[in-house]
Design a protein around this ligand. Structure first.
Ligand code: URA
Length: 270
């Protein structure tokens, strides 16, 4: 069962005006192939094959439909071996290079972040299905999280969580206090006003922006709205997790980084 205790707030990069982060886990029955993949028993495609080959049982009975719903608490076996369904939430911090798309898990095409990340994973991590936590534009570099826990994706990307994302933008034009000041109040974009952002000028062409939403192209649009078109954008931190690995590489976050840094207390069954 998902733990119901409210997640703790991240210690860094938090919007002081925000409401507490909250994720109410809901338990929906999983379908069989997905339950096996989530539990890390087999990658999704191999799970489908195993089910169709009659190698998978649910509560002792062979089930050959990959989309069969799995009742809560059901015992799953592959080739007679019980699948441990309580899976710890795992989160990877990846340093996204430029010129890669953040695709969804089902679109592992060439030119995507998965093409660079997946071949690096050791076997104990490669068996999970990895979901990108939000997205970065193709040209944007920096911290991109991946997780095996879709509830964490929902938690971290919900504007209600108020998880702070810190970006550094290289801008055209000269950044000065008068120009960036409206960002601290919130600016009007075509999809509505933005929340107040934290903004710091690092030098005349470098601006740090901390936002607690994650709308499409948000930082570029915000800076564009105050006359500072973005030439390059880099994400340095999400919540209390700061980027600390070389470009193109990843590391596994510690459980403390997930709970404290991302404000996420849930672990889930597969
Ligand atoms: N804001 C943007 O404009 N682009 C990104 O990739 C992320 C945030």
């Amino acid at each position: 069962m998902p733990r119901k205790s409210p997640p703790r707030r991240a210690p860094a990069l938090q919007d002081k005006t925000s409401r507490p982060a909250r994720w109410e886990g809901k338990t929906k029955p999983d379908w069989l192939s997905r339950a096996l993949a989530r539990a890390g028993a087999l990658p999704l495609q191999e799970a489908e094959d195993a089910i169709q080959e009659g190698r998978v049982t649910v509560n002792g009975r062979v089930v050959r439909q990959p989309l069969a719903p799995v009742p809560e608490g059901a015992v799953l076996r592959v080739d007679g071996t019980e699948v441990r369904r309580e899976v710890e939430t795992r989160v990877l911090a990846f340093h996204k290079p430029a010129d890669l798309l953040t695709s969804t898990v089902s679109q592992h095409r060439t030119g995507t972040v998965y093409e660079v990340l997946l071949p690096q994973l050791p076997s104990e991590l490669a068996r999970y299905t990895w979901h990108a936590v939000g997205r970065l534009d193709r040209g944007t570099t920096g911290l991109l999280l991946f997780t095996n826990d879709e509830k964490l994706v929902a938690h971290a990307t919900s504007p209600e969580t108020h998880l702070a994302k810190r970006y550094v933008a290289t801008v055209q034009g000269t950044a000065d206090e008068a120009r960036v000041a409206p960002l601290r109040q919130g600016v009007q974009l075509e999809d509505g006003p933005t929340r107040p952002a934290q903004v710091r000028i690092r030098d005349a062409h470098t601006v740090e922006v901390i936002v607690t939403e994650g709308r499409n192209h948000q930082v570029k649009r915000m800076l564009g709205a105050v006359g500072l078109p973005v030439r390059a954008l880099h994400r340095e931190a999400i919540g209390g997790v700061a980027l600390d690995v070389p470009v193109g590489t990843f590391r596994l976050l510690t459980p403390e980084e997930v709970t404290e840094g991302l404000g996420y207390a849930g672990r889930h069954h597969g």
